[in-house]
Design a protein around this ligand. Structure first.
Ligand code: TYC
Length: 108
């Protein structure tokens, strides 16, 4: 039959390795947020104030998350607040600075 001569070739092409999406890993990597907002410790800001500012500046940050970030910065000198794109990172840095906290932005 003429169709059976053609169909196997077509179905082999449609499901063969050549039609699989390429470079899935590279695509996923390129969608990662590219910047980190880093909170730096200081010797004078009350811990409660750091937690309050973090929660005001970063949407949906829980009290527990803010506390952990504050403690990490307090102990280690710095802590990652959030990973995001540059425009948002700059917005968050402005908020942290307005709240009296020291922060930097760095590529992830
Ligand atoms: N080290 C401050 C204190 O002892 C608390 C603190 C934590 C300040 C984190 C800033 O990013 C900071 N009161």
């Amino acid at each position: 039959m003429r169709t059976t001569d053609i169909t196997p070739g077509i179905s082999a092409m449609a499901s063969g390795p050549d039609t699989k999406p390429k470079e899935t890993t590279e695509n996923r990597t390129s969608q990662e947020p590219p910047y980190k907002v880093i909170l730096h410790n200081d010797d004078f800001t009350p811990m409660e104030h750091v937690i309050d500012v973090l929660r005001k500046v970063v949407p949906n940050m829980s009290f527990k998350q803010a506390t952990n970030i504050m403690i990490e910065a307090h102990k280690n000198g710095k802590a990652v607040v959030i990973k995001c794109h540059l425009e948002l990172a700059e917005l968050y840095q402005e908020g942290l600075t307005s709240g009296g906290l020291i922060s930097t932005i760095e590529p992830d």
